[in-house]
Design a protein around this ligand. Structure first.
Ligand code: UT7
Length: 321
């Protein structure tokens, strides 16, 4: 059985960063001080109307393919994690496959696990590769959350942003991914949701993101700490053996509390929430690509990626980069 390792990373942020003060200027009842103090967020990127999630996914993927030194038709599995697909169907993965010019008939599908989606997608791709059925997967987290925000709800609209991150995961003789864990508890489905749909040509229910922030905060800190420990134990390591942790980027206070619970110094945590806001399934691969490209994450280092999101879903991957 072969292992799976990351061969290249890429990312995409649309347009220019939008500051908290710009949101205030657009009429949102908030302040730079409140948003920075409560979340650590200073800017986020908001996609212009003519861009779709598959466009952001395509740019991030092209950069990951280039970093891996391969072409699109060298990929034999495409997985896109998103909660903001271009359409109900076809999947964003199928649209991405077409935009990349892939003609080799590889399977392509979306994963919907909200902010844990990239971790779910990476774990699924690893299992395909370790089974020997596939050799090179493109795993993408891509979102345009700005389109499902209620811009009159200051408790949510200041938190999220748009973007995409991608990795090429390929078969290797040695790990790669050392351990992974996925979890869900659907009984918490109402604390973070978009409780709407489409029927008979009409929107049914509520098409905007709704969140019980304090309940999500408590849940996130607990499960992010637990699942990081779970993959450390599964890999037979201790926390001191971890070089970097990339948690889902929702709130700097969640990142700090998770690191404290684990006994990991904040210097080992990659933090992008200040610049990107919460980009849901894109946040982890965006942060990974940033830290790889700026030289912090080096080949051979051990990295924990971990996510938590609506559902509730959560999970982690421990890998050697
Ligand atoms: O990706 C999924 C994961 N999502 C998360 O992890 C988010 C988790 N939750 C959080 O990050 C935090 O709960 C929030 C940042 C959403 C909220 O922070 P909080 O410290 O829990 O604030 P709160 O919701 O308890 O609200 C405190 C006060 C309220 O005012 P009153 O009732 O005390 O007068 C809110 O109305 O802050 C007020 N408030 C705001 N004020 C200015 C809420 N949003 C804003 C705002 N600007 N944008």
């Amino acid at each position: 059985m072969s292992y799976a390792r990351i061969a290249g990373t890429g990312s995409c942020l649309p347009g220019e960063p939008v500051s908290n003060d710009e949101l205030v200027a657009r009429g949102i009842d908030t302040s730079d001080r409140w948003v920075v103090e409560r979340t650590g967020i200073r800017t986020r990127y908001l996609a212009p109307v003519d861009l779709c999630t598959s466009d952001l996914a395509c740019t991030a993927s092209q950069r990951a393919l280039e970093a891996a030194g391969i072409g699109a038709n060298d990929i034999d599995l495409v997985i896109v994690a998103t909660s903001t697909p271009d359409f109900i169907f076809p999947s964003t993965a199928a649209l991405l496959q077409s935009k990349l010019g892939m003609t080799n008939g590889s399977p392509a599908f979306d994963v919907q696990a909200v902010c844990s989606g990239f971790i779910y997608g990476l774990s699924v791709a690893e299992k395909f590769i370790r089974s020997g059925s596939h050799k090179r997967a493109l795993v993408v987290g891509a979102e345009i959350f700005s389109r499902i925000l209620d811009w009159s709800d200051r408790g949510t609209c200041v938190l999220f942003g748009d973007g995409a991150g991608a990795v090429v995961l390929e078969a290797a003789e040695s790990p790669g991914i050392h351990a992974s864990a996925l979890h869900a508890d659907g009984s918490h489905n109402q604390i973070l949701c978009v409780p709407g749909g489409i029927a008979s040509g009409q929107i049914t229910g509520d098409p905007f993101l709704r969140m019980d922030g304090p309940a999500v905060f408590k849940f996130a800190v607990k499960v992010l700490g637990d699942v990081a420990n779970e993959v450390i134990v599964q890999a037979g390591l201790c926390v001191d053996a971890i070089d970097w942790m990339i948690p889902h980027q929702a709130n700097i206070r969640i990142l700090q509390a998770t690191a404290k619970r684990l006994g990991l110094p904040m210097e080992k945590v990659i933090v992008t929430v200040g610049q990107h806001g919460n980009t849901s399934a894109a946040s982890i691969p965006l942060a990974l690509d940033l830290a790889v490209r700026d030289g912090r994450i080096q080949r051979g280092q051990r990295v924990i990626l971990e996510g938590v999101g609506g559902g509730f879903t959560w999970g982690a991957v421990l890998l050697e980069f």
